[in-house]
Design a protein around this ligand. Structure first.
Ligand code: NAD
Length: 483
């Protein structure tokens, strides 16, 4: 049944009952509902109806039908669809930001640029599309790049709108049709995104979205033989399950997983700049970021100066209302995540690390909602649990090193390899150190972005890459024709 409204509101509660299938908003076949709780107040703000296996199968069938034509589009046609998507998402940046602030407590100073970069991902993909050699010939051989087929795009909640845009930009650039399974914790953002997709006026069935549980909608995408590829952003455990279960239907997979990223402070770094930069990377998205630089490696001889610098710089990392543009750290996404982070702070203390700033419990004046104290530990050894496991909250471990070689060894002594940072004045030396870090992306001196640079992890941080040309190439097969 075609629905006319995507979000209805009564008694201050938003109600969402629709998915987006075959170019139309459709009422959910699944009947299970889930409450949307504000992380800022702990109060009920909405309710979403979750899709089921039948909703997912209808979406896959629509994507399969659409692929017959969409898989044969020219790159010029796909470039124009990417521009339409860019325009549609750009027009709703403020609404998407507001939804992120409201439903997961994303601070506006992080949420807005994240949404904006999601909108820009479509233009980056358009640029990459023009540069990729879609057809190459030598002798009597012709090699073409072909879209892999229907793709299932499964996203995490912590920047759901960005992940949808990134994956969609690459899939559409390649000529794939998609079924998106956004995080069920991101229903408000997703609903705005559905309206964007509808406004972008892509051919029917190219983009389909079913909100639902991972073990229902996600699992059907992974199992279904009509889905050729899964592009996933989320936890290692779920990523491993996707590889295992996807093997039965020979799924191609891109997995963007967790991290425990090191920031190496070299002994020639200017501390007044390097320490705030290190803290920004550590507390990105209130620490709920895969790339967060949660291990700060400092020269042993400079520890006291670094501790003083951290205490001073932490005064500007204010906890508060995520909608306030001055707030640096908002609440955790859920009570479960709040307790998860608290358990790691306790574990750090039990294992002998020293709390320099923060500690257990709510900050003063924030008893409601899921606010916690941003915490910095010193006297941390790299083999402690808090230095090895992804906490996904604002908890920074300061670890000392005696030599550059030891810093590199500690940085690489992790099962993860997603992101890293090197802070130092001598750029040649910083580059030398960066080139020895086993991570998919290493930034020098500050967090910076390039929409054409690949994103993805070594080791347990994942398989494959996103962004620009690398992102599109993850959605194609090569075909050689020999005469
Ligand atoms: P999660 O793994 O719990 O969930 C991610 C998505 O997978 C959700 O949409 C969920 O519904 C779905 N899912 C759950 N079970 C599934 C199943 N059996 N089959 C298919 N899909 C299933 O992760 P999360 O809590 O949403 O996100 C946090 C994690 O994501 C962290 O580990 C973080 O580091 C990681 N992450 C990685 C990146 C990156 O780019 N590398 C970016 C953001 C987040």
């Amino acid at each position: 049944m075609a629905a006319t409204e995507t979000i209805t509101e009564g008694d201050g509660i938003k109600t969402i009952t629709t998915h987006y299938v075959d170019g139309a908003f459709v009422e959910s076949h699944g009947r299970e509902t889930m409450d949307i709780i504000s992380p800022t107040s702990g109060e009920l703000i909405g309710r979403v109806t979750l899709g089921d296996q039948e909703d997912t199968r209808r979406a896959i069938a629509a994507a399969k039908r659409a692929f017959v034509t969409f898989g044969r589009t020219t790159k010029e046609e796909r470039a124009s669809y990417l521009r339409q998507l860019h325009e549609a998402v750009s027009a709703r940046v403020d609404d998407l930001t507001a939804a992120m602030v409201q439903e997961y407590g994303g601070v506006v100073q992080f949420a807005k640029p994240i949404v904006q970069s999601g909108a820009n991902a479509f233009l980056a993909s358009e640029k990459a599309l023009q540069e990729i050699p879609w057809t190459q010939r030598w002798g009597k051989t012709t090699v073409t790049l072909e879209p892999v087929g229907v793709a299932g795009l499964i996203t995490a909640w912590n920047a759901n709108a960005l992940f949808i845009c990134l994956k969609l930009a690459s899939a559409v650039g390649a000529g794939c049709t998609v079924v998106i399974k956004p995080s069920e914790l991101s229903s408000l953002q997703t609903q705005v995104m559905l309206e964007c997709l509808n406004a972008a006026k892509l051919p029917k069935g190219v983009c389909n979205v079913v909100t639902g549980r991972g073990d229902v909608v996600g699992a059907e995408l992974v199992r279904n033989p009509d889905v050729a590829k899964i592009s996933f952003t989320g936890s290692v455990a779920v990523g491993q399950g996707i590889m295992r279960d996807g093997a039965a239907t020979m799924k191609r997979v891109t997995l963007e997983l967790g991290g425990k990223s090191p920031t190496i402070l070299l002994d020639d770094a200017a501390l007044d700049q390097a320490i705030p930069a290190a803290l920004i990377m550590a507390f990105l998205n209130s620490g709920q970021a895969c790339a967060a630089g949660t291990r700060l490696l400092v020269p042993k001889s400079q520890l006291e100066g670094v501790k003083r610098g951290i205490r001073t710089a932490m005064r500007s990392f204010t906890v508060g209302d995520p909608a306030d543009s001055k707030t640096a750290i908002g609440p955790m996404v859920s009570q479960k995540q709040y307790e998860h982070v608290q358990s790691y702070i306790r574990k750090g203390i039990e294992e002998g690390a020293e709390v320099l700033v923060g500690g257990e419990g709510h900050p003063e004046g924030f008893q409601a909602g899921y606010f916690l104290k941003p915490t910095v530990f010193v006297n941390v050894r790299n083999d402690m649990t808090i230095a090895q496991e992804e906490i996904f909250g604002p908890v920074l471990c300061v670890i000392t090193y005696a030599s550059e070689d030891e810093a590199i060894r500690i940085a690489n002594d992790s099962k993860y390899g997603l992101h890293a940072a090197v802070l130092g004045t001598d750029l040649e030396r910083a580059r030398r150190v960066a080139s020895q870090i086993r991570a998919g992306r290493v930034v020098i001196n500050s967090m910076t972005d390039d929409p054409q640079a690949p994103w993805g992890g070594f080791k347990y941080s994942g398989i494959g890459r996103e962004y620009g040309r690398y992102g599109i190439e993850a959605f194609v097969e090569t075909r050689a024709i020999l005469e």
